[in-house]
Design a protein around this ligand. Structure first.
Ligand code: PMP
Length: 406
């Protein structure tokens, strides 16, 4: 069923059937969306909006190559992942080849949450320990384990004793020794609760903390201190990955990290649900000696061809370098418009700290541009468009931004 016309009953029915506050929508008057293409989202009332928020359609909404690949494969075969199929093997090989040496094993899942959850299960089995260290205002998923790692959403009063928190690098001067000290403090918190660290998980864009730009040595300090404490290091690339940083396919590469686990999701299938955990063979093997992992849909032939096509498009169009160049243009434009406000981030993942970010996002919407908000109290504008933006979209965005400033 393809919706085309406004349905005035939809909002009330949604609230009734989806639990109101359990399933909030963006904007005071939510958008009734019907169609999208490239950088544009079209609504039932016939308007179109420039998408400056959605990272999932990384190669642009409804990219024809991805749509065609999914449709073709769906018309031929889709079934559970216990059968041999070339798409699945090819995708695993491509992902592993894109990682640093040693990260040679790929496990498929349907969501970033599941990939992180599996990393946590493996880390516990392999280290024989039960403690986790995460950043403040982080988000890592919806499962019981990963929700407890999600310090941005999970009530601190309910945080289990096996989860300790380090402070995100808010100060651009936060360096390696600062990171090592913060991991040391979190480790001491764990030890007081009778735990040792099995895993430190980090989203290197620190999206929930308001989009930060950490120093390389801060990130390396996190990794080195985790290893020195006997734990494993997880680079959560669910949000940061697939070229958004504009330098490498994976954001952790920018810092020279060599994680034990890398998790991928959101943009991986350009909207089709698919996710992955990449790790070292000995970790996966040690896990499979005592436990089992099977996902019915994880890495099915349709999801895998969607992800293969996304990788093809990124490679063939040089999208990583492109997002770096367009991101630099966007940042320079923003810095010129609001020289007094801090602009943070890298590539096409930028945050602008604004006095009334939520109100500003509403005004931008009125001028035809969709953004998000994040950070403490939602005070940071989250700009995270599809990577196919060009100077044309940057200019449109900056014009709307100026109009919204009044
Ligand atoms: N990790 C990070 C950094 C994320 O941003 C998200 C989703 N916002 C997740 C994990 C969870 O992914 P999913 O919603 O696909 O389960």
């Amino acid at each position: 069923r393809v919706a085309t016309a406004p349905d005035p009953t939809l909002l009330v029915r949604r609230k009734a059937a989806l639990g109101g506050e359990l399933s909030p929508l963006f904007y005071r008057e939510p958008l009734q969306v019907v169609r999208a293409e490239g950088p544009w989202i079209y609504t039932a009332d016939g308007r179109r909006y420039l998408d400056a928020y959605n990272n999932v359609p990384v190669v642009g909404h409804t990219h024809p190559a991805v749509v065609q690949a999914i449709s073709r494969q769906a018309a031929v075969l889709n079934l559970n992942s216990r059968y041999l199929h070339s798409n699945v093997v090819e995708l695993a090989e491509r992902l592993v080849a894109s990682m640093p040496d040693g990260l040679d094993t790929c496990v498929f899942a349907n969501s970033g949450s599941e990939a992180n959850d599996l990393a946590w299960r493996m880390a516990r089995v392999v280290t024989g320990r039960g403690g986790a260290i995460v950043a403040d205002l982080a988000y890592h998923g919806v499962s019981e384990a990963t929700a407890a790692f999600s310090t941005n959403t999970y009530p601190a009063s309910a945080r289990p004793a096996h989860v300790a928190v380090f402070e995100a690098p808010r100060d651009p001067r936060d360096d390696g020794p600062v990171a090592i000290a913060r991991v040391g403090a979190a480790r001491a918190d764990l030890q007081r609760a009778g735990h040792d660290p099995a895993l430190l998980a980090v989203d290197s864009v620190f999206s929930g903390a308001g989009i930060l730009t950490p120093r390389d040595d801060f990130m390396r300090g996190l990794q080195d201190a985790t290893r020195a404490a006997g734990g494993l290091f997880l680079a959560d690339e669910v949000q940061a990955g697939f070229g958004r940083g504009g330098r490498n396919l994976w954001r952790f590469q920018d810092f020279g990290l060599t994680p034990d686990f890398v998790t991928l999701g959101k943009p991986m299938g350009n909207g089709h649900p698919v996710a992955a955990l990449i790790t070292r063979r000995e970790i996966a093997q040690a896990f499979s000696e005592v436990d089992e992992y099977f996902s019915t849909f994880g890495g099915n032939p349709v999801s895998c061809v969607a992800a293969l096509t996304v990788l093809d498009v990124i490679e063939q169009t040089g999208l990583v370098a492109h997002s770096g160049a367009v991101g630099a243009e966007l940042r320079a434009g923003l810095e010129a418009l609001v020289p007094e406000l801090p602009v943070r981030g890298q590539g096409l993942m930028l945050g602008v700290e604004l006095p009334d970010a939520a109100g500003f996002a509403e005004r931008l919407r009125a001028h035809g541009v969709l953004v998000g908000t994040t950070g403490p109290g939602g005070g940071v504008l989250k700009i995270r468009p599809p990577l196919i933006w060009t100077s044309v979209e940057v200019d449109r965005f900056l014009i709307a931004f100026q109009q919204a400033l009044g």
